[in-house]
Every structure is written in structure tokens, then in C-alpha cells.
Design a binder for this molecule. Structure first.
Ligand code: PRP
Ligand code: URA
Length: 206
């Protein structure tokens, strides 16, 4: 199972602020942004590059550029909170959107929006959402992107539940999952425990 726990002292410190019930909207946003930038570094570590020639003020030499375009796909709403951190590093990335909302009774995701940029099949696709709870939202999003031709997909979240990692990986065993924390379990409402509560509500102040 390609599960990567991204452990870093600054991530641990920011994650503590995010979890705290005493952190307000500004603190939550700022910490999520910082963690997203740090996660981006790790999530993109194995992207392929190709050699290109670059001319410095002194002479020509070998440089590198990414072999494939990158497409970032936040799952609405909460994934938007991680987008700018990734865009700051991957400034040329195109952005697709998947709108999914969990039904509060069934806990199953319901789709309300889907728009991808052209060229998905040739791109490195990074799906982003702070929470991997039951795994249904992320797995459905990957289903949709595969239908659109995506083959190189990685999923990155802030907090994963063991149940979500198992369910997601059962449906998409080849898709690597990156997380800043692997929490204990889900509660009876399918919320991650200890978690951070409702990521979308906390990020958007709703
Ligand atoms: C949250 C979260 C994920 C999903 C995870 O979104 O941002 O998308 O739940 O749960 P799952 O792994 O059990 O599918 P939510 O459905 O609450 O929508 P929101 O982002 O609009 O608040
Ligand atoms: N969605 C959230 O925002 N939080 C959880 O703990 C589970 C799903």
C-alpha cells in the first residue's frame, strides 16, 4: 500500500494549531497553508524531470524541467484550503475542481461539480483534500478523473483515518496517499478522531 506519512517538526507544530478548538479561522487558514507548502515538497519529490539546456550569463549548461505538466485538483470545498500552498510551488499547474459533499446520514459523497483542464492523460495529477475519513470522496474523485483519462494520480491530505486509507487503497491500489497524520479511527458520524472537526466549516468560517 503506497501510504506516505510526511513527518516534519514544523508540520507537527502547525497541525497542533489546526487541531485546537481554540484556533479561529485565521489561525486555521494560515497553518493549513503552511502545511500544504511543506507537503508539496514531499509529494512532488519523485516527479520526473528532463534535461534542458540553459544559458547562464557565462555559458550554456544543463538544467532541468518537469517532464509532464501538473494538474492540481482540490475536492470542494475544503480542498481549496490547500490549493494556494501548492500553487506557490507549482506556479504553472492547471487546476481542476471536483465538488463532492458527504451525505450526513449515509456518509456517502454526492457529486455537484466536476471540471478538469485539457490534457489530463499526459499530466501528473495531484488530488488534494484535508480529510480522508471513510475514503469515499477521494476514491470517487479518482474514479471520475480516471474516466477523463488520468493515469498518473497521487492523493494528498492533512489527516487520514486508517479506515479511509484501507478503503481508498482497496479501490485504487496504485494511487499513492500522502498524509501529515494518521489518526486513530472514525466515530459514529464518520468523523476522524481526534481529527480537527469539519475542515470545510473551519476553513470557511461557516
Ligand atoms: C469533507 C472532506 C472530504 C470528505 C472526507 O468534505 O473535506 O472531502 O469530507 O470524507 P470521506 O473520506 O468520508 O468521504 P465534506 O463532504 O464535509 O464537504 P465540504 O468540504 O464542503 O465541507
Ligand atoms: N470531513 C471532515 O471535515 N472532517 C472529518 O473528520 C471527516 C470528514
Amino acid at each position: 500500500m503506497p501510504f506516505h506519512l510526511v513527518d516534519h517538526p514544523v508540520i507537527r507544530e502547525r497541525l497542533t494549531r489546526i487541531r485546537s478548538v481554540d484556533s479561529g479561522t485565521a489561525a486555521f487558514r494560515s497553518a493549513l497553508h503552511d502545511i500544504s507548502r511543506l507537503l508539496c515538497f514531499e509529494v512532488t519529490r519523485d516527479l520526473e524531470t528532463k534535461v534542458v539546456e540553459v544559458t547562464t550569463p557565462l555559458r550554456k549548461t544543463d538544467g532541468h524541467e518537469l517532464s509532464r505538466p501538473v494538474v492540481l485538483v482540490p475536492i470542494l470545498r475544503a480542498g481549496v484550503g490547500m490549493l494556494n500552498g501548492f500553487i506557490e510551488i507549482l506556479g504553472d499547474a492547471a487546476v481542476g475542481h471536483v465538488g463532492l459533499c458527504r451525505n450526513e446520514e449515509t456518509h456517502l459523497p454526492e457529486r455537484y461539480y466536476f471540471k478538469m483542464p485539457a490534457g489530463l492523460a499526459e499530466s501528473e495529477v495531484i488530488l488534494i483534500d484535508p480529510m480522508l475519513a471513510t475514503g469515499g470522496s477521494a476514491a470517487d474523485a479518482v474514479d471520475e478523473m480516471k474516466r477523463e483519462g488520468a493515469t498518473r494520480i497521487r492523493f494528498v491530505c492533512l489527516i487520514a483515518a486508517p479506515e479511509g486509507v484501507a478503503a481508498f487503497s482497496a479501490r485504487h491500489p496504485e494511487v499513492p496517499v500522502y498524509a501529515a497524520a494518521l489518526d486513530e479511527c472514525l466515530n459514529e458520524k464518520a468523523y476522524i478522531v481526534p481529527g480537527l472537526g469539519d475542515a470545510g466549516d473551519r476553513y470557511f468560517g461557516t
